[in-house]
Design a protein around this ligand. Structure first.
Ligand SMILES: *Cc1c(COP(=O)(O)O)cnc(C)c1O
Length: 368
């Protein structure tokens, strides 16, 4: 690996392949896998990630919003792409790009049918989302009879998938809740399946669902965070490899005296003579102010250098008093050598938020 000269997010496709195979090994060979590549593939690079997974045999992709699906198509992705949260003003784009909408309310269902009928479409594939307890998006069990009859009245769209989303699959203290969601999904989806005579895919599990409730894999699983190398538990993290490594360098070193301060609003006041390093990464790059004030540390020469004072927009400062380092040396923020989950936890958040926050200003470097 060439030494970094600026802030870069390295994206290791070999690690992605490892995680993909590991997650596949947890489900039956007949079970399909949908890769969730929303939010720039969790802050990495959606086309690079999706292309590799398409070559490796992934069955399906999911994105949150329509424009993300359009980007995949523009990037040459051909497998089905489900849009978790399409919005009525995007329906034409959904159809023009052969994206599969997830429909979650009677309003969005009837609006999509209206568009599909106007365009004289036949059997345009759609999935529906069932609310089993997350109370975010989805049809309630009580609406199912109406939903079935709405589908029966049109030939413009075709129901090809039914899914729901687990709200606490990573939390083993919430097993009872997860089991109730699984049961509810089973009951509701069986009723829908019985009303049609074509094959309908059922999918419920996210990454932690696959790992903690493999019996609930149904026909397909949807995995996001696991593909990127995090498993929501220390034990699973050991089996997975972080795909993204965020690196930067030391721009400048200062020797300051006790009582001197560092950064905006004098966020750090030295208790002893201190050596500080200034790094070219800040909150505009996705390292929030929550990580400052010694909440967390970066890695320099294998040692922890606490982030001191307030994180600035474009820079942050770390304490390197006890580290042998110089200007131009490499700095690891998170990645293979240093878990994003641990970095995030120290500031009260989770790997999902940290990795998806890395802004588009940070250069992506694909490693294969
Ligand atoms: C984001 C998302 C996923 C992926 O969840 P992970 O925990 O990252 O595996 C799956 N399903 C839905 C509906 C989602 O919104």
């Amino acid at each position: 690996m060439p030494k970094a000269q600026e802030t870069v997010l390295e994206i290791d496709l070999t690690s992605l392949e490892h995680n993909y195979r590991y997650l596949r090994s947890k489900i039956a060979t007949s079970t399909k896998m949908m890769a969730v590549v929303k939010a720039f593939a969790y802050g990495s690079d959606s086309v690079a990630i999706a292309s590799r997974l398409e070559n490796s045999g992934i069955d399906y992709f999911a994105v949150a919003y329509t424009q993300e699906g359009v980007s995949l198509r523009t990037g040459g992705i051909q497998k089905p792409v489900m849009v978790l949260h399409p919005q009525t003003h995007n329906f034409q784009l959904v159809i023009d790009n052969c994206l599969t909408p997830s429909l979650y309310s009677k309003h969005i269902l009837t609006e999509f049918i209206k568009t599909a009928e106007e365009l004289k479409l036949q059997d345009y594939p759609v999935h529906i989302n069932i609310n089993t307890g997350l109370n975010r998006l989805g049809f309630s069990a009580e609406e199912i009879d109406d939903v079935i009859s709405i589908f029966r009245k049109t030939s413009a769209i075709k129901l090809v998938g039914i899914y729901s989303h687990l709200g606490a699959s990573e939390d083993l203290d919430e097993k009872e809740f997860s089991h109730s969601q699984i049961e509810k999904f089973k009951r509701t989806s069986e009723k829908i399946i019985a009303a049609f005579d074509h094959k309908i895919l059922r999918h419920l599990c996210n990454t932690s669902g696959i790992l903690n409730y493999p019996e609930a894999a149904f026909d397909m699983v949807r995995t996001g965070i696991g593909l990127y190398g995090y498993g929501n538990s220390a034990e699973q993290d050991k089996m997975l490899k972080p795909v993204g490594t965020l690196k930067t360098i030391i721009s400048q070193i200062h020797h300051i005296k006790a009582e001197e301060s560092v950064g905006y609003n004098r966020g750090f006041v030295a208790k002893r003579d201190t050596i500080t390093a200034t790094l070219p990464i800040g909150h505009a790059d996705g390292i929030s102010r929550l990580y400052g004030k010694q909440k967390t540390a970066v890695l320099i020469a294998g040692k922890e250098a606490p982030i001191i004072g307030n994180v600035c927009m474009d820079m942050l400062m770390v304490d390197v008093t006890d580290i042998d380092c110089k200007e131009g040396d490499e700095v690891i923020i998170f990645g293979k050598e240093r878990s994003a989950e641990k970095f995030a936890n120290k500031a009260g958040t989770i790997s999902y938020e940290l990795i998806t926050s890395i802004s588009q200003r940070v250069k992506r470097l694909i490693i294969d």
